[in-house]
Write a protein that binds this ligand. Structure first.
Ligand SMILES: Cc1cc2nc3c(=O)[nH]c(=O)nc-3n(C[C@H](O)[C@H](O)[C@H](O)COP(=O)(O)O)c2cc1C
Length: 189
C-alpha cells in the first residue's frame, strides 16, 4: 500500500500546524495557493462581497494575517461598517480547503509607516488612484495611479476560527477556535 501523502491530516495538532505552514507559504512563495486567498466581507446592506487578494503576512503565534489595500476601496468601507471578514484558500496539492473567520483592524498612517517603507516603489502605485477605486469612468484608462502613503491600508485579520477540510480516501474536517486556544475538534465533513 502506498503511504498517505498527507499524514498530518490524521491528527488535530499536526493539521493545525499544516494550516499555518500553508498560510505562511503564501507570504513567501508567489506560486503557493495561499498567495491569493479570497477575502469576503459584507456590505452595510448585509450582502456578501468576495475578491482575490495577496497574502502579505502570517503570524501563527498571534493568529493574524495581513492584506494590503487602498484605503478608498469598497472593502474598507465594508469593514468599517462590519469589521469582519472570511478568507478562503483551496490548496489543491494538499487537498485542503481552508475557511477562516476574522475580526479586522484597518491600520493606516503612522501605524503602517514601517510596512510602507518596505513596499517596493512600483508596488506602491497600487495604493492611491484618482478617481477613487470603483468609481465610474468614461473610458477604461481614465484614471491616474499615484503612490500615496495616505491611501495605503493594512487589513490585519485576527483569526477567530479555522475550518479545515481535507479530501482523502476518507474526508476529514476540523474546526479550530481562538477561544478554545486552537485545540481543535473534528466535524462531519
Ligand atoms: C491576483 C490578484 C491579486 C490581488 N491582490 C489584491 C490585494 O492584495 N489587495 C487589494 O486590495 N486588491 C487586490 N486585488 C484586486 C481585488 O481583487 C479587487 O478587484 C479590488 O481590491 C477591488 O475590490 P473592492 O471593490 O471589493 O474593494 C487583486 C486582484 C487579483 C486578480
Amino acid at each position: 500500500m502506498t503511504p498517505d501523502p498527507h499524514p498530518w491530516a490524521y491528527d488535530l495538532s499536526l493539521l493545525y500546524g499544516e494550516v499555518w505552514t500553508r498560510l505562511t507559504r503564501g507570504v513567501h512563495d508567489r506560486h503557493a495557493p495561499a498567495r491569493h486567498p479570497t477575502l469576503a466581507t459584507v456590505t452595510s446592506e448585509g450582502r456578501p462581497q468576495a475578491r482575490t487578494v495577496v497574502m502579505r503576512a502570517a503570524d501563527k503565534r498571534a493568529g493574524t494575517l495581513d492584506v494590503y489595500t487602498d484605503l478608498g476601496s469598497a472593502k474598507v468601507k465594508n469593514m468599517r461598517a462590519a469589521p469582519f471578514a472570511a478568507l478562503h484558500v483551496w490548496d489543491r496539492s494538499a487537498h485542503l480547503q481552508l475557511r477562516l473567520e476574522a475580526d479586522v483592524t484597518i491600520l493606516i498612517g503612522r501605524d503602517v509607516a514601517t510596512i510602507w517603507e518596505g513596499v517596493p516603489p512600483t508596488s506602491r502605485l497600487s495604493y492611491g488612484v484618482t478617481p477613487a477605486p470603483g468609481q465610474p469612468i468614461s473610458r477604461a484608462l481614465d484614471y491616474t495611479k499615484v503612490s500615496d502613503a495616505e491611501s495605503f491600508a493594512v487589513l490585519r485579520l485576527e483569526i477567530s476560527s479555522v475550518d479545515a477540510l481535507h479530501l482523502g480516501p476518507n474526508h476529514r474536517r476540523a474546526r479550530f477556535d481562538r477561544e478554545s486556544d486552537w485545540i481543535g475538534t473534528w466535524l462531519v465533513p
